[in-house]
Design a protein around this ligand. Structure first.
Ligand code: MG
Ligand code: ZN
Length: 346
């Protein structure tokens, strides 16, 4: 009798531990420094959803070989926990290819997803599933995604899959996936593996009509991926960076506004769910943006860019949910990986 009780007790304890593995939503605003957030906040009636997060930290973004990183090296740092050279995706200085947090989650039976407003093979999402010396080898990155086991992905860049130099049609090879052609089909699909190419190549800026919106995609993707828990989802506001490279404040503001709405959808989900860790950060600052004036009451901003490239400023990290306290303080961008790992091992 005693043994049976012991067995029941340990089984229940075990099940509870399994149930407790938190969902993780990692949201990356590419190029989103503190000035981009400040500008977006003042332009939006002095308000951003980031004010509702529980903890704030700062991340040092330098790469292995440069003080100013690119999205490949910093994406690798956050996805896999090591510093590497600019342009390199997922490979370290000794040519090793450690697993990304997405891959580690997958091994722990998480469902995993990627939702971006760039091409799905662009550097930031690639860091979660690809290992390649150059971030610009998009067709090779597409091939690696086709051989991966990402459960849900949304982004542009379909041409890298079916209009290739090697004449392969990866969409046909990915026979376990359902590919949907529009948001209605995406919403209606109940497929376990789903790919949604929003554009054949690079998605346009929000201001030029990019659809569907990242907030709608975030809400719908979370609905889908949370059918089975736990899950890991990376959502990127990819074009905040592109607006800053163009030194266009209006481009930055419109992309940030959409990203802020997407964050509010993720936070809404996390608040209702109770076991979801949400992390919002950037891979680096872009444009050397500074707020030099404006009018708070009129939500008007005056801002100046100091470079057409990236800068080396630390970027903020906002966190909410179980283990969110891990993300306060000042640390290397590689620690974002360490902290996510700790969150799923706690
Ligand atoms: Mg990016
Ligand atoms: Zn950039």
């Amino acid at each position: 009798m005693k043994n049976i009780f012991f067995f029941l007790f340990t089984s229940i304890t075990f099940c509870q531990t399994e149930d407790k593995l938190p969902n993780i939503i990692l949201m990356i605003g590419d190029g989103m420094g503190l000035s981009h957030i400040s500008a977006g906040m003042y332009a939006n009636n002095n308000s951003t959803i980031l004010e509702e997060f529980e903890y704030v930290g700062l991340s040092k973004t330098h790469s292995l070989n440069y003080l100013v990183t690119d999205s490949a090296a910093s994406g690798t740092a956050m996805a896999s926990g090591f510093k590497t050279f600019n342009r390199v995706v997922g490979i370290d200085e000794n040519n090793m290819k450690p697993k990304s947090i997405l891959e580690i989650c997958k091994e722990k039976k998480y469902d995993v997803g990627l939702v971006v407003t760039s091409e799905i093979v662009h550097a930031t999402p690639a860091c979660f599933y690809a290992k390649i010396p150059s971030r610009y080898d998009y067709e090779d990155i597409a091939l690696q995604l086709s051989e991966h086991n990402v459960d849900l992905f949304v982004g542009g860049g379909k041409d890298y899959f079916n209009k290739r130099k090697d004449k392969r049609n990866l969409l046909e090879e990915m026979s376990n996936y359902t590919f949907v052609n529009n948001f209605e089909e995406f919403k209606n699909s109940t497929s376990k593996k789903i790919g949604f190419f929003t554009y054949p190549s690079k998605p346009p800026p929000k201001d030029l009509g990019r659809k569907p919106s990242l907030d709608d995609l975030t809400q719908e993707s979370l609905k889908k991926i949370s059918q089975k828990k736990p899950f890991f989802m990376m959502i990127e506001g990819s074009q905040i960076d592109w607006g800053a490279h163009d030194n266009s404040l209006s481009y930055v503001l419109s992309e940030f506004k959409e990203f802020d709405l997407a964050i509010s959808k993720a936070l809404e989900f996390a608040k209702a769910d109770g076991n979801t860790l949400v992390i919002v950060t950037a891979d680096h600052e872009t444009g050397g943006l500074s707020l030099s004036g404006g009018n708070v009451k009129k939500s008007r901003i005056k801002a100046d860019f100091s470079t057409g490239g990236h800068s080396g400023s630390m970027v903020p990290v906002f966190s909410y949910g179980p283990n969110s306290e891990l993300f306060s303080g000042i640390y290397e961008n590689t620690a974002i990986f360490d902290k996510m790992l700790k969150a799923i091992e706690n």
